[in-house]
Design a binder for this molecule. Sequence first.
Ligand code: SF4
Ligand code: SF4
Length: 269
Amino acid sequence: MHGRGGQGAVTASRIIATAAYEEGTYSQAIPMYGTERRGAPLTAFVRLDDVRVRERELVHTPDISIVLDPLIAKQQAVVDNLKPGGLVILNTAHKPEEVELGGDFKVATIDATTIALETLGRPITNTAILGAFAKITGLLKLESIEKAILKYFPGRLGEMNIAAVRRSYEEASDPIQAVVTKAPAEKVDIHVGGYGVLKDVSSWRLLTPEIDVDTCIGCKNCWIFCPETAIEWDEDTMKPSIRYNACKGCGLCANECPVDAIEMVRVEA
Ligand code: SF4
Ligand code: SF4
């Protein structure tokens, strides 16, 4: 599973492993933590088997790659290590035939970001991709995933996540053979994570802050709270501006603005 800090890849891997266990399958979820911060690329792994799983190594040649972030394929090799004939499930608004990833594998797509925004109100795409996983692979029943979700998210939050899973199950595309042989521009090893300090984090953004300087009252809250120091302050105008290559789209600035002068606008992937 390829995602970013804050998208719930690690929780999704645990939900799959828990749901599989409920169905009598041996399972294992392995999170790979580095020095990730919110928005940084990370990887989590799941093994399912009908015999006890004794291996503890990271998964180097997966059968299935689940990609929770629509832009992460620009930074991570999300398909290069797939087994021949494998499957990649991508969070994207595009159809499988429009996806620019090529090789001997199948591609299925689901617009998990839209589902997450409309069911959870936040771009946390982990459960919004799990329904697609259940439907496309047939490895788990939807009911098992829902049961596992309630273990991790009891109450109303659980119900909201179940709504995301059900919608994802309904809207997942059928997989097709990958049709394009164009590889991602910047490839790195599949086991990245711990990106530390990248100079340009603009591709992490699903939502982009836009400042309405006329509404801004110059309180400096956004400048103080931005965790990436992406906001610059102009002492002459007493207004902020955003260095977009340093902005990861976390939305803290918009949350802290007392006059709603910052709007988070969805990025087209
Ligand atoms: S969304 Fe706002 S707070 Fe978050 S990194 Fe960008 S400018 Fe900073
Ligand atoms: S938090 Fe809002 S009002 Fe305050 S400086 Fe930033 S944009 Fe302006």
